[in-house]
Ligand binder design. Structure first.
Ligand SMILES: O=P(O)(O)OC[C@H]1O[C@H](O[C@H]2O[C@H](CO)[C@@H](O)[C@H](O)[C@H]2O)[C@H](O)[C@@H](O)[C@@H]1O
Length: 385
């Protein structure tokens, strides 16, 4: 199996909204943005029944507070003895969970046996996968060693990062040109040019990346940009007196962080976000790791982004392609589901606590992700001998 390394990454910067984010997360942009040219397709509208609250099922099913409390389990130290056996009761629960979601490291041989003769494509989430979860989202830096490994793996296999962050921001953190980037939970993709993909998605814009290479820019929610900017400003205003609350503009979605808010004020955060969202029936609310996410009501997510990128890369044939998606968050489940439903590819959940997932395998934390990526590089090199 030899993948031609013609997948040098297109990296674009495009007009990020000028904002008053208290996180200062925006960077400016070079790519001309055309809201009219990149028209929103009504086919992508998501028919989500909304309660008066505008809250989605994942939040609605339980109380706001319960949902917020369970959104990022407390850090837990997993104790290991020299034989890698887990010892405490909690660790026993984790070990039981591993029977259902085996470690991708322990199962490496099985994975690579299945990958033999197939072209491998890698999809990586950023926060909690390539960088550890930290209190300040502006400081979620990737280590140099992780960067070096991601660079190597991208030289071996087509590799994309699919993040909830704005595409500019995640590129700023990763800084590698060897990759493809999809920001805003897949609503902002730069991929290789492929006519069949442009034909299927009329709102693909042909553009060029920083290296002058021709690329496809796909922003299915471009119509929502003014609305997102408006809701962002409203959220900043509405939460400004809640100590520790921060609002991050991720271009086609907005994150309201409550990781640094005292638990007694979480309800205030929820109430205020909810009050704003009620005024925007075309936006929906989901939650991630100590974060409430406001996003357009369109039928587009990280799973759709994976399918889009596979098609763009000419890798949509399940028989000879093995996509692997590594992620830690609720939004990554959409991608795991797509791979499961296609019966092609593996989702790998990054988690140090047991949780239900559509992934096949697991890794405990970003350091295990790094080991896994290193192993893939070594496997690729040894199989090329
Ligand atoms: O899809 P991802 O790349 O995983 O992005 C999801 C969200 O990640 C960031 O927030 C999370 O990580 C922060 C830094 O470790 C942490 O402080 C925060 O509590 C987490 O929710 C990012 O800031 C969000 O905008 C992304 O949507």
């Amino acid at each position: 199996m030899d993948l031609k390394s013609n997948h040098t990454a297109p990296v674009l910067t495009d007009p990020a909204p000028i904002s008053k984010s208290r996180l200062g997360v925006h960077s400016s942009s070079l790519l001309p943005y055309s809201p009219t040219g990149a028209a929103f397709s009504p086919n992508l509208f998501l028919n989500i029944p909304r309660k008066k609250t505008g809250v989605l099922d994942d939040v609605r099913s339980t109380s706001w507070l319960d949902a917020m409390k369970s959104s990022s389990p407390p850090h837990k130290k997993i104790t290991k003895d020299l034989n890698n056996d887990l010892s405490s009761d909690t660790d026993a629960a984790y070990r039981t969970w591993l029977l259902k979601y085996p470690s991708a490291l322990a199962s490496f041989e099985k994975i690579t046996n299945f990958a033999k003769g197939k072209r491998l494509a890698l999809f990586l989430d950023y926060d909690g996968t390539l960088s550890p979860i930290v209190d300040n989202p502006d400081c979620a830096f990737m280590s140099n060693s992780m960067r070096a490994v991601v660079k190597k793996v991208a030289q071996c296999f087509p590799t994309a990062i699919i993040s909830g962050r704005s595409r500019d921001k995640v590129y700023e953190f990763v800084g590698l040109t060897e990759l493809y980037y999809a920001g805003s939970h897949g609503m902002d993709i730069v991929g290789p040019v492929r006519q069949s993909v442009s034909d299927a998605h009329p709102n693909c814009i042909r553009s060029s990346d920083k290296q002058g290479k021709e690329v496809n820019l796909f922003q299915p929610a471009s119509e929502f940009l003014p609305m997102i900017n408006e809701v962002f400003s409203s959220l900043v205003e509405a939460t400004k007196d809640i100590e520790g609350a921060t609002v991050e503009n991720n271009k086609f979605c907005v994150s309201v962080h409550y990781r640094n808010v005292a638990e007694k004020s979480w309800k205030s955060v929820a109430d205020r976000v909810q009050a704003i969202i009620e005024k925007f029936p075309r936006l929906r609310l989901t939650h991630g790791r100590k974060v409430l996410e406001v996003r357009p009501v369109i039928d587009w997510d990280k799973g759709k982004a994976v399918t889009f990128l596979l098609e763009s890369l000419g890798l949509s044939n399940c028989d000879d392609v093995l996509p692997i998606y590594v992620g830690d968050d609720r939004t990554d489940e959409d991608a795991f589901k797509v791979l499961r439903e296609r019966k092609c590819g593996y989702g790998i959940l990054v988690s140090n606590t047991p949780k239900e997932s559509s992934a096949y395998y697991s890794l405990r934390d970003p350091s295990e992700v790094m080991e896994f990526l290193k192993s893939l590089v070594m496997w690729k090199k040894s199989s090329a001998l």
